[in-house]
Write a protein that binds this ligand. Structure first.
Ligand SMILES: [Zn+2]
Length: 180
């Protein structure tokens, strides 16, 4: 996932500022403390850039497969948990929580699922992406239906493909429209 983030960042860096024609981008990473992920090795940094032109200094944060806006729920947590909560019993949630060592309660999971069914479904990103799926993805069972579409249970690398697919919504600007 770090490698993918590095690639996404490099693409942004090569593009330059875009606002001022001369603007070159310099690294100015964000430090982010992950929530609900106690075993994250180091405090992860979200790759970010600043334009080097005096008077612009605009910040550019590339899409990411690890971060969502200003939050650092790992992509795994954000995608998998609501997927599993679909039809989950309290017992299964507990087992899941123990297996992954995560501190999330049922209310958090329910809130995330609400997000998928509400703000996510109404986002311009999803409306556009949804139209491209053939056969269509069932919106009522998101994000499980998306996980099935990407066949993440069959092959592990498919999960990364799913994160790449979702990465456009992770820039702070795009994410702003997706939180209340
Ligand atoms: Zn600039």
């Amino acid at each position: 996932m770090e490698k993918v983030d590095a690639d996404l960042a490099e693409a942004q860096r090569v593009e330059g500022c875009g606002v001022c024609p001369e603007g070159k981008l310099h690294r100015a990473d964000y430090k982010r403390k992950p929530r609900g992920v106690p075993s994250w090795p180091d405090e992860p940094k979200r790759i970010s850039f600043c334009c080097d032109q005096e008077g612009c200094r605009r910040r550019h944060t590339p899409p990411s497969v690890r971060f969502l806006g200003r939050r650092v729920y790992g992509g795994v947590v954000a995608v998998l948990f609501p997927a599993m909560v679909y039809g989950l019993t309290p017992k299964r949630i507990e087992r899941l929580r123990q297996a992954l060592g995560l501190k999330v309660d049922r209310r958090t999971l329910a809130r995330w699922r609400q997000w998928w069914l509400g703000l996510f479904v109404q986002s311009p990103f999803w409306k556009e992406a949804h139209a491209r799926f053939m056969p269509p993805v069932c919106q009522g069972s998101l994000p499980l239906s998306l996980c099935l579409k990407f066949e993440i249970a069959e092959r592990r690398d498919r999960l990364l493909e799913l994160f790449k697919f979702l990465s456009p919504i992770t820039t702070p600007q795009a994410w702003k429209a997706l939180v209340m």
